[in-house]
Each structure stands twice: as structure tokens, then as C-alpha cells.
Design a protein around this ligand. Structure first.
Ligand SMILES: C[S@@+](CC[C@H](N)C(=O)[O-])C[C@H]1O[C@@H](n2cnc3c(N)ncnc32)[C@H](O)[C@@H]1O
Length: 194
């Protein structure tokens, strides 16, 4: 689906995004698994930052956290929270493909499956950073998004697909979480480094 429509869907979701405990819990696990890899002095980009469930909680552990998201409402929520907490974090309404600035580390959670061209994403990531953390669903049967798959480009990923998409990196792969819905949906975290 083209980005305008995608951002509208997430615009609607932004208001109640943080109300789902399963989202908050997943984000906590992602944060806890990334923090040990940070040195406190990094400039970090989070793409698909949403309301900041991950980025806002990473910000205290880095020099600067920049969030980007194609949804204006998600960005608004992120910035409200960052301001309230007086954090070194700011979000902008941007697509990852618009980013040309370089970062020490790039992170993202549950956004990969919404991005169609992952070869292009890999080229973009290689051009802007040396270290990436990506969390997303393990290959699923298409039933994860119970409201439909209109904006879903991939039904999760198996390790062979990830190796194929993210060529040119060293990759560490770990299952970090299970989302419990009508069935279990495991979530992986990959670390890509040069
Ligand atoms: C499932 S949400 C995850 C939000 C957040 N990371 C979290 O875990 O709560 C995916 C987010 O990615 C954003 N998104 C989708 N494609 C994007 C792109 N190409 N560039 C930046 N953001 C994108 C959507 O607007 C949405 O807010």
C-alpha cells in the first residue's frame, strides 16, 4: 500500500496505540535487549518509531535519539512524550527512504513487515550506519493482523529470508519475545554490524 494510506491507518491508531499491554511489553523486551549493546554516546535513529514505545525508553541510554515515522499523529504523540519527560529525543514525519544523514546506530521494531522493498531498505541502511537492530515477527500464517493485511507487505520472516535481504552484514539472530494472541507469534531481534 502506498505511504499516504498507510500513514492514515497509523494516524487513527496513534491515539490508543499505547493502551495495549502486549505492545508495551514487546517494546520493553526490545529495549532491554538493545540497551546492553549501547555505549551511551551514540546518535541513534529509530525508523517507524510510532509513539516511542521503544525510542523514548532508549533515549536515556544514548546521546541523541531521532525518531522518524510516516504517520504525523504517531510523531505528534512521540514528541508530546519526549517533551514531558524532557528527553534528548525528537521525532519527525519522514520515510526511512528520505534519510541521508548518518547515525551510529539504527533501530526499528515491528516496522519491517510494512516495508515492501527490503533490498532497497538494506541499501539505505548500509549507506547511513554501521550498526542496526531490527525486531519483527517470525514467519506467520497471515493471521497476526486481525483487522486485515492491507498494509502488510510480509507475513513475518524466516532466517533465510533475513540473510538474503540483509546481505553484506554480519548478523546475530535471537528470538526475544512471544506475542500471545489466538496463537503464539514469536518475535526476533537481529543485530546487523560491519
Ligand atoms: C506496527 S507500527 C510500530 C510502531 C513502534 N515501532 C512500536 O513498536 O510501537 C509501524 C510503524 O511504522 C511506520 N512506518 C511504516 N512504513 C514506514 C517507512 N517507510 N518509514 C518510516 N515509518 C514507517 C508506521 O507509520 C507505523 O507507525
Amino acid at each position: 500500500m502506498e505511504n499516504g494510506k498507510l500513514s492514515n491507518r497509523f494516524d487513527k491508531d496513534a491515539i490508543t496505540w499505547d493502551d495495549l499491554p502486549r505492545r508495551v511489553n514487546l517494546a520493553k523486551t526490545v529495549v532491554n535487549n538493545i540497551i546492553p549493546h549501547l555505549n551511551g554516546n551514540e546518535k541513534v535513529l529509530e525508523f517507524g518509531c510510532g509513539t516511542g514505545l521503544v525510542g523514548i525508553n532508549i533515549a536515556p541510554f544514548v546521546k541523541e535519539l531521532i525518531g522518524i515515522d510516516t504517520s504525523a499523529k504517531m510523531v505528534e504523540k512521540f514528541n508530546e512524550k519526549a517533551k514531558q519527560l524532557n528527553l534528548n529525543a525528537k521525532a519527525y514525519q519522514k520515510d526511512i527512504f528520505e534519510i541521508n544523514e548518518t547515525f551510529d546506530t539504527v533501530i526499528s521494531s515491528m516496522t519491517l513487515h510494512h516495508i515492501k522493498d527490503l533490498n532497497a531498505l538494506n541499501d539505505k541502511l548500509k549507506s547511513i550506519t554501521d550498526k542496526v537492530f531490527l525486531a519483527d515477527l517470525v514467519k506467520e500464517d497471515g493471521t497476526f493482523h486481525t483487522r486485515g493485511n492491507d498494509d502488510v507487505e510480509h507475513f513475518g520472516f524466516d532466517t533465510d529470508e533475513l540473510k538474503e535481504y540483509f546481505k553484506g552484514w554480519n548478523m546475530d539472530y535471537k528470538i526475544i519475545h512471544t506475542i500471545k494472541k489466538h496463537k503464539d507469534f514469536p518475535v526476533f531481534l537481529i543485530k546487523l554490524y560491519k
